[in-house]
Design a protein around this ligand. Structure first.
Ligand SMILES: [Zn+2]
Length: 235
């Protein structure tokens, strides 16, 4: 009799437990169905939804696979995204009016050309006697891994001085002081190498648009920091 009572008691508690589990399961299912991740909270925008001039490409963020660009050829054969051409021209005209003579020495690069550049740099180091591993490490300090170079976007340019007419130092100073007015930023400054992962490149200018460039210049930040400030997330 006692045994029977106990068993009944146990069954009663078991019933409550099962009911609780069912209720919990329904709640969990409901929660799962109505919450589809942090993306739905509106805190950050996905890379693809950002304006073309604010796409971030670096060692951590590769060029989107479906990225496409309409190119415009410059008089020396280099190519750039046609959307940056008017501001690039405006910047060069302003420079020339002040005795500074810039030349675009590298604009758009295909993935294959970027790969060749890297391979050649690795070979150079190997020829100097470095092991393959060491050569790769050293080469990657100078040449971006294909898919992570802004040159593959077509909205970055390497600018050198026409040294018959002005010095490189004069050009780099002029660009650092004035580039942002035309929407171009000094993309890899010396004091930001730990964030950009790229050594100081006073010749590499990246188009981000006048508004962003002004803000980046005023705040003394790099593109990675700007993107983080605006979108709350890197990349
Ligand atoms: Zn460059």
């Amino acid at each position: 009799m006692k045994m029977y009572k106990n068993r009944r008691k146990r069954k009663w508690w078991l019933g409550i437990l099962i009911s609780l589990c069912v209720v919990c399961g329904i709640l969990a299912g409901w929660a799962g169905l109505t919450w589809d991740g942090p993306g739905s909270m509106g805190a950050s925008q996905s890379r693809e939804d950002r304006p073309w001039n604010l796409i971030l490409v670096n060692k951590d963020y590769s060029i989107p696979e479906d990225y496409s660009v309409t190119l415009l050829e410059l008089s020396n054969g280099e190519k750039v995204d046609e959307r940056i051409y008017p501001k690039l021209q405006e910047m060069f005209d302003a420079a020339r009016a002040q005795g500074i003579y810039p030349v675009v020495v590298a604009g758009y690069r295909t993935h294959d050309v970027q790969q060749k550049l890297l391979d050649n740099k690795i070979l150079d180091y190997e020829n100097e006697g470095y092991s393959r591993n060491e050569a790769e490490k050293l080469a990657k300090q100078w040449v971006a891994v294909p898919g992570t170079s802004e040159h593959e976007l077509g909205i970055a340019v390497d600018i050198n001085a026409d040294t018959a007419l002005c010095s490189s130092d004069a050009l780099y100073s002029w660009l650092a002081e004035n580039g942002y007015k035309y929407g171009f930023i000094y993309r890899y400054p010396q004091d930001k190498t730990d964030i950009t992962g790229v050594i100081n490149e006073p010749w590499h200018y990246r188009y981000v648009g006048v508004e962003a460039a002004k803000e980046i210049n005023e705040q003394g930040i790099c593109l990675e920091e700007y993107i983080e400030n605006v979108y709350g997330t890197a990349g």
